[in-house]
Design a protein around this ligand. Structure first.
Ligand code: TRP
Length: 460
């Protein structure tokens, strides 16, 4: 079944793909992972993962999607006849649904922070702290707010439900009207705002120490687990391994240059993550939070409000930032949900509305459980992690890389070589210098490296 709908313009297409890539992965997950994995050393491995593995795997997904023009499951089915390859698309669909169930919760938090910035509640002091010296008071202030907004039961669930409803609304409208448009204007605004906050953060006292933690690598910190986490983060942030990009590129027009699109998207995505690091880490050292018991997740929801509290018109900047972050998160949730929706549309010939309902309505239950696992259900541990963290670890650090291995093997070993070549050269219309490199990486390097990375923590 041919997909007729395509993105309206080249800009809309890049914006929508960047919209999928840039999200909570860059702003919430990246600083948290960087902090937990030794700072600059992690950043270095992360950058290598993006360029050496991320871009080739992205080009693999693009070629499959635009070449075949179907959902992830359909692509594998169409190309594999009766071989077991035809089941290869199932894992991504499953992984995407798991990611969606916790990602929507975090998107809900950003909406909540936007809302309470607008009402001023976030910056209104909680009673007990007013007597303390300023910086400690501030830490306790935002810690208190975070407990109230994120770790209790009702509030986060209400906002999560609002996010699900918004997804439903946008997704029913379809790709061009719903997804393409919204990403267009917002990205430039997000960039400008990030640059502004970088300046504020860098002007804080002791900012350089934080910057050093983020940018000056200590090579002894690179361990197998750091590499696994960097790889997981790269796949997560670039939206790889789950068929999101297979699905999106099935809407790309024939003359889109895949290589330059992939490089643009990956570079912008990396840039947003790095800007976020430059904002967060100086603030962390400046407020003396580096050695505190704070977990990574709290960087965005405690450290950042402190930066805003330093600025004039705190509520305004805070509201603006969390609004943009919310929209960035929304464009990503949309892209993740689209994978499963397109699967039902194409496989079961369902109409769009029905497919959207079928995918999104059960999330009211799953996301509520994710959210509660940080509140009342936090006593339940899976492998020592809360349900929320276990879902994240399993889907991001295991299922995404495994999805990417399967795809690389599929393209490298099973697929007719011409599909990749035809797509990278737009059927001979442009030259592709990196085709041989991409083909080699997908055939040998990506599968071997990802497998090694995945099993290395077990070999210790
Ligand atoms: N890349 C997005 C982010 O950084 C999240 C995301 C969107 C994603 N689509 C995905 C992650 C597909 C993995 C797979 O926030």
């Amino acid at each position: 079944m041919e997909t007729k709908e395509t993105f309206g313009s080249k800009l809309a297409l890049v914006a929508a793909t960047v919209g999928s890539a840039v999200g909570l992965g860059n702003v919430w997950r990246f600083p948290a992972e960087t902090q937990a994995n030794g700072g600059a050393a992690f950043l270095l491995v992360y950058i290598l993962c993006v360029f050496l593995l991320g871009i080739p795997v992205m080009l693999g997904e693009f070629s499959l999607g635009r070449g075949i023009r179907e959902d992830a499951v359909g692509v594998y089915r169409r190309l594999s006849g009766n071989t077991p390859w035809r089941f290869a698309g199932v894992l991504p669909i499953l992984a995407s649904y798991i990611i969606l169930s916790f990602y929507i919760v975090v998107a809900g938090w950003t909406l909540e922070y936007f809302f309470f910035s607008v009402t001023g509640d976030l910056y209104s002091p909680i009673n007990a702290v007013t007597a303390m010296p300023w910086s400690t008071a501030c830490e306790t202030q935002f810690k208190g707010k975070m407990i109230e907004y994120i770790l209790t039961d009702i509030k986060p669930i209400v906002f999560t439900f609002i996010v699900i409803l918004m997804n439903l609304f946008i997704l029913i409208k379809g790709v061009k009207k719903g997804i393409g448009k919204i990403s267009n204007i917002l990205l430039p605004v997000l960039f400008v705002l990030l640059l502004l906050f970088c300046c504020v953060s860098l002007s804080l006292p002791r900012a350089m120490e934080g910057l050093q933690f983020f940018l000056a690598p200590d090579f002894s910190k690179i361990t197998p687990m750091v590499i696994v986490n960097a790889l997981g983060q790269a796949f997560f942030s670039l939206s790889l391994g789950m068929g999101v990009l297979i699905t999106y590129s099935s809407y790309f027009p024939k003359d889109t240059k895949l290589t330059s699109t992939a490089v643009t998207v990956s570079t912008l995505d990396l840039l947003v993550a790095m800007l976020m690091g430059v904002i967060i880490f100086p603030a962390v050292t400046s407020f003396g939070l580096m050695d505190s018991d704070l977990e990574g997740t709290t960087l965005v929801f405690i450290t950042l409000p402190e930066v805003f509290a330093q600025m004039e018109f705190s509520e305004f900047w805070s509201a603006l930032f969390f609004l943009l972050l919310f929209i960035a998160a929304l464009t990503s949730t949309i892209s993740i949900a689209e994978v499963t929706i397109k699967f039902f549309e194409d496989r079961f010939k369902m109409n769009r509305k029905k497919a959207c309902m079928l995918v999104l309505l059960p999330l009211f239950l799953f996301s509520a459980i994710s959210s509660l696992s940080l509140g009342s259900l936090s006593g339940i541990k899976v492998f020592g992690m809360t349900i929320f963290d276990a879902l994240d670890f399993c889907a991001s650090n295991i299922m995404l890389p495994v999805g990417a291995i399967i795809m690389s093997l599929f393209i490298g070993w099973h697929l007719d070589k011409n599909v990749l070549k035809e797509e990278l050269t737009n059927h001979g219309e442009i030259k592709s210098y990196i085709y041989p490199y991409v083909a080699f990486i997908l055939k040998w390097i990506a599968p071997i490296l990802i497998v090694l990375v995945l099993i290395s923590p077990l070999l210790k």
